[in-house]
Design a protein around this ligand. Structure first.
Ligand code: ZN
Length: 350
C-alpha cells in the first residue's frame, strides 16, 4: 500500500506529466517560446550513454540521456528551435547581433569520452555545434570524479551494511539500496570543503574495504587529441576549473587559480583564447559576484550557471558571467524536455 504522501506525490507527478504532454502534443511549446520574444535557453548535458549496459562505469544519475534519446531531442530542436553557437551568444550579449526568439545553446560539462563517442556524431550528422566545458585535471584519465568512484565503491564492495562516514548506519543489501546509499553519500559530500571531502572519501574507502580513488578505467574521459578533434568538428571548448571544486568553497585566490589554470591549459592545447566558463555544480550559492568578477578579469566573454529558465537580453547583459542553463536528466521524456527548452523550468521539479 502506498503511503498517503507518496500517493499524493505520484498523483502530482502524473498531473504534471499530463499538463506537460498537452502543449507538446499540440506543438505549442515553440509558439509559446516565440511569444516570449528574443531570448536564450541553455541546455546542460553531462553524459550521453546507456547507464544500464553492464560495462557502464560511474554514477548513473550523471547520465543526461541515452544516445537514442539525445538523437530524438536533437531532431526535436532542429524541427522546432534555432540551435545557436557560442559565437552567436557572445555577439548577442555584446549587442553586436540579435538572437532568435527560439534560440537554444547546447552545452556539456566535465569532459566524459561518451560526449566524443556518442554525442559528437549526432551533432555532426545534423550540422550542429555545442559547447564542451572541460575540467582539465580529468582529461586523459588522469583522475576520477569522486561521484563515479563512490558509485562504483558501493556497487562492488562486499559489505551489505556499515556505519558509514557522513551517513551513519546504512543497509545496502540490494542493487537499489546500494545505488540509493551512493546517491545520499554523494549529495551529502557535495557540500563539504575539498580537503574534508578527500578525508571522508578515504574514510569511506576504509569502511567499504575498497581502494581509494586512483584513476578511472581507461577511456572514461576524453583524451587531449579528442578535445582537439572535437574543437575542430562540433564543440567549442570552455573551461570548467582544474579539479572541479565548488568555487564558493575556496578562498578567492584558490578560486582564481582553479579558473585561470583550466583556461591556460586549454589554451595551450587549442592554441587560441578560451572565452567561456561554466561553474562546477553551478547552483545559486556555488559562485557569487566575486567569481563573476574573476571571469571578467581573466578575459572570459561569457559564463554559465546550472539553473534553468529563459534569459532575456537585459538579464544576459547584466549577468553575462552567470547565464542560465537547464539540466537535462536521463528520465526526461520528450514532453518534459520540450518544456525545459521552452524555458518552463519553474514548473518542473528539476
Ligand atoms: Zn561539472
Amino acid at each position: 500500500m502506498p503511503q498517503p504522501n507518496s500517493l499524493k506525490t505520484r498523483t502530482t507527478t502524473m498531473v504534471k506529466r499530463q499538463i506537460l504532454a498537452a502543449p507538446q502534443r499540440l506543438g505549442a511549446w515553440p509558439h509559446l517560446r516565440r511569444l516570449a520574444g528574443e531570448s536564450l535557453v541553455g541546455l546542460l548535458y553531462h553524459r550521453i550513454d546507456d547507464p544500464d549496459r553492464p560495462e557502464f562505469y560511474g554514477y548513473r544519475d550523471n547520465v543526461s540521456a541515452t544516445r537514442e534519446a539525445f538523437a530524438t531531442q536533437l531532431d526535436y530542436l532542429v524541427k522546432n528551435f534555432d540551435v545557436v553557437t557560442l559565437d552567436d551568444c557572445i555577439a548577442w550579449i555584446e549587442g553586436r547581433a540579435p538572437l532568435s526568439s527560439r534560440a537554444v545553446l547546447i552545452t556539456f560539462d566535465d569532459g566524459y569520452r561518451d560526449n566524443f563517442i556518442n554525442a559528437a556524431p549526432e551533432l555532426a550528422a545534423r550540422n550542429l555545434r555545442a559547447v564542451l566545458f572541460a575540467a582539465t585535471a580529468f582529461m586523459d584519465d588522469q583522475a576520477v570524479f569522486y561521484w563515479d568512484w563512490v558509485a562504483e565503491a558501493f556497487r562492488w564492495c562486499s559489505q551489505t551494511e556499515a556505519e558509514l562516514p557522513l551517513l551513519g548506519f546504512t543497509v545496502f543489501d540490494s542493487p537499489q539500496t546500494r545505488r540509493r546509499a551512493a546517491q545520499r553519500w554523494i549529495t551529502t559530500a557535495k557540500a563539504l570543503l575539498d580537503e574534508e571531502k578527500r578525508q571522508r572519501i578515504n574514510d569511506l574507502a576504509d569502511c567499504l574495504q575498497v581502494l581509494p580513488p586512483h584513476g578511472p578505467p581507461p577511456g572514461l574521459h576524453m583524451t587531449w587529441p579528442e578535445v582537439g578533434a572535437s574543437a575542430r568538428d562540433c564543440f567549442d571548448i570552455g573551461a570548467h576549473t582544474v579539479n572541479h571544486p565548488i568555487v564558493s568553497r575556496l578562498s578567492i585566490d584558490e578560486a582564481e587559480r582553479e579558473i585561470a589554470g583550466s583556461k591556460t591549459t586549454l589554451e595551450n592545447v587549442l592554441g587560441y583564447p578560451v572565452r567561456a566558463f561554466a561553474y562546477p555544480n553551478g547552483q545559486p550559492g556555488d559562485f557569487g559576484p566575486e567569481h563573476e568578477a574573476i571571469l571578467q578579469k581573466l578575459d572570459f566573454s561569457i559564463g554559465f550557471a546550472a539553473h534553468g529558465g529563459l534569459t532575456f537580453a537585459a538579464e544576459a547583459r547584466q549577468k553575462r558571467f552567470a547565464l542560465r542553463r537547464a539540466c537535462i536528466n536521463n528520465p526526461d521524456d520528450l514532453p518534459r524536455f520540450a518544456a525545459k527548452v521552452a524555458g518552463a523550468t519553474r514548473f518542473l521539479d528539476s
